[in-house]
Design a protein around this ligand. Structure first.
Ligand SMILES: [Mn+2]
Length: 231
């Protein structure tokens, strides 16, 4: 599903030229929950690798850009995070030449893991008309197209309120185009964008935003403007 020149939705990722952009993986979330006394099976990394495999069978890119919140814990690195993040990097390096990690609000202590694979954390990535940034803070000098994560957009319909669908949002921030990508994790579907209270300061009113829902097979469908969606 094409959004702009050189930008298209592929499954829960965005392809921009030679880059594949994914966000909010929140690896290690299971162990974080275990430590809180909630025992859930650890399936997140496998799901993510499977989805990436599906994506790489559809597209070839040189670079993967992780748009923030690669792992879950703020103030520490849990054992699962060490393992899962390194496994993810090693897998990605079998598919692409370069991995870029953009800092998210969860990425307080990430440097020790990144050092293991000689990777650096950046605040944003830009190329031509595009700025890719996590989306928790507003910065100046943004390009014409802004790509953020952070919000975990999803949508549900009153007919079946328990079913929530991850979605991409496309709208405006000031006079610029804004694309909001969904979380790449299966553990968190996301926040219903029609219930207000946005996390990201880039999003204020979304009535005129376009919504693209990704189905189980990884195909995106244009659902039109948020204000015209059935309740
Ligand atoms: Mn975030």
């Amino acid at each position: 599903m094409k959004l702009f020149k050189d930008i298209e939705i592929i499954d829960l990722a965005l392809k921009y030229k030679d880059n594949l952009i994914i966000g909010d993986l929140q690896l290690g979330y299971e162990e974080y929950l275990h430590n809180k006394g909630l025992l859930i099976p650890k399936f997140q990394l496998n799901d993510i690798l499977e989805r990436l495999g599906r994506i790489f069978s559809r597209v070839k890119v040189k670079r993967v850009i992780i748009n923030g919140d690669l792992k879950h814990e703020f103030g520490t690195i849990n054992k699962q995070e060490w393992n899962d993040v390194l496994k993810l990097f090693d897998y990605l390096f079998t598919k692409v030449e370069e991995i870029i990690i953009i800092k998210g609000n969860h990425d307080v202590i990430l440097a020790p893991i990144l050092k293991q694979r000689n990777l650096k954390l950046v605040n944003y990535f830009e190329d031509d008309d595009v700025t890719i940034i996590h989306g928790d803070k507003i910065v100046v000098n943004l390009n014409k197209i802004i790509i953020i994560a952070h919000e975990h957009p999803a949508i549900s319909f009153s007919e079946k309120p328990a079913d929530k669908f991850k979605c991409f949002l496309v709208g405006k921030f000031q006079r610029k185009n804004l694309i909001v990508i969904p979380s790449f994790s299966n553990l968190t579907v996301g926040t219903d964008v029609r219930h207000g209270n946005f996390l990201s300061p880039y999003i204020n009113k979304i009535d005129n935003f376009n919504c693209y829902i990704v189905d189980d097979k990884g195909n995106a469908r244009d659902f039109g403007k948020i204000k015209e969606l059935p309740l």
